[in-house]
Design a protein around this ligand. Structure first.
Ligand code: NAD
Length: 369
């Protein structure tokens, strides 16, 4: 499908392609929807096989950001950027500063942040060229690493799910199986441990496994292919997307799926498959929004307490989505979409009225600039 048709069918406002031969930069920024505010979303660096793959990824990810911001009650639109390149060999100061200059040229319609394969150091280079970047290091007045806040939000989503299934918010004595103990999974394990939960975990990275062994006595390691069939109360995907699919869902022996990974359902229909299996699913983009909430606080002056207060709201929001799902007899992932779309629609509607601004150009009036 040609690019403009793809944009039309997915509702994107703007897609911008950039290249800078001097430093090997090839990037795409997709702005999906700015009804609620500037489009915010991270910059992913990935060795895409071709331009088409990169485009599909950035279109899908930026639309996801619109829904995540909307359902989270944030005044932000959805956007995302991808840099086509190998993060192990193609990174340089020039590449990220050049990228920052292109972000600056969009005049604040798009605000960037860290994502897969981009780091705090890369963000610093971008920050040298533009203020339209979040997740800047705390010594520069930014909010730093988002992972602890993403983990806290995921934990609140798990608490809401436990409230729904067991009638109490407590995680004491519950068993949580975590797939992926990286930045977020490890922080989540800390919170679960403090709450008295037992942990079963897996990872493919030896260093991550070792860190878990050194840090927790309540955590047991299983092989990556055993995590799905592990008997537990909660399965928590915190690795990559699409881990809930036709092969894995039949293996699950849990009552709840609630984790931080993006795009956990391989296809939308897998939300219904989980519902039919009587498994409560906490929608990924709702309960992993803690990192986004945290960076959004940077606009008003970041403080840990403000950020935590906002992230705590994920508990009530998750219960609200469960309520919509029950009332409308739809899978929970659809209920989250309904909640996001309802907010987008109502915010579009309030902009219908003419506000009578003094310097607004009236029909027939000469342009002043
Ligand atoms: P990370 O790279 O630090 O951790 C991911 C971990 O998963 C790694 O330790 C990796 O080895 C492991 N892993 C990968 N494939 C695996 C497999 N097949 N089996 C077991 N383990 C596997 O990433 P992160 O920042 O912790 O993010 C985790 C997930 O949460 C990602 O899907 C990310 O998109 C999502 N997310 C992260 C944030 C954030 O603030 N970092 C915010 C929102 C969503």
């Amino acid at each position: 499908m040609p690019t403009l048709e793809k944009m039309y069918s997915m509702g994107h406002e703007e897609v911008v392609f950039f290249q800078d031969r001097s430093c090997g930069l090839k990037a795409i920024i997709a702005i999906h929807d700015t009804t609620l505010g500037p489009a915010l979303g991270g910059t992913r660096m990935w060795p895409y096989n071709n331009e088409e793959e990169a485009l599909v990824d950035v279109l899908r990810l930026s639309r996801g950001m619109t829904y995540k911001a909307a359902v989270s009650g944030l005044n932000l639109g959805g956007g995302k950027a991808v840099i086509i390149g190998n993060p192990k060999t193609d990174k340089s100061e020039a590449l990220f500063r050049s990228f920052g200059r292109f972000v600056e040229s969009l005049n604040g319609r798009y605000i960037t942040a860290e994502d897969v394969n981009t780091s705090v150091e890369d963000i610093e280079h971008i920050f040298t060229e533009t203020n339209y970047v979040t997740g800047v290091a705390q010594q520069y007045g930014g909010s730093g690493n988002p992972a602890p806040y993403t983990a806290l939000g995921t934990f609140r989503g798990i608490e809401a799910s436990v409230t729904k299934v067991f009638g109490s918010r407590s995680l004491a004595g519950k068993t949580v199986a975590i797939q992926g103990v990286g930045a977020v999974g490890f922080e989540l394990a800390k919170l679960l441990t403090e709450a008295g939960a037992n942990i079963v975990y897996t990872d493919i990275n030896e260093r991550g496994i070792q860190k878990m062994k050194e840090s927790f006595t309540n955590a047991k390691y299983v092989n990556p292919n055993e995590i799905f069939s592990t008997a537990c109360d909660i399965y928590s995907p915190c690795a990559l997307g699409a881990s809930l699919n036709d092969e894995t869902i039949p293996q699950l022996k849990c009552k709840i799926v609630a984790g931080a990974a993006n795009n956990q359902l391989k296809e939308d229909r897998h939300g219904l498959v989980l519902k039919q299996k009587n498994i409560v699913y906490a929608p990924d983009y709702l309960i992993n929004a803690g990192g986004l909430m945290n960076v959004s606080i940077e606009f008003e002056g970041w403080a840990d307490s403000k950020s935590r207060r906002m992230v705590d709201t994920i508990y009530d929001k998750t219960l609200e989505v469960f309520r919509i799902s029950e009332e409308q007899e739809i899978p929970v992932n659809k209920a989250a979409d309904v909640m996001a779309e309802k907010r987008l629609e109502s915010m579009k509607n309030i902009k219908n009225s003419y506000l009578g601004k003094v310097n607004h150009r009236m029909p027939g009036q000469k342009r002043r600039f």
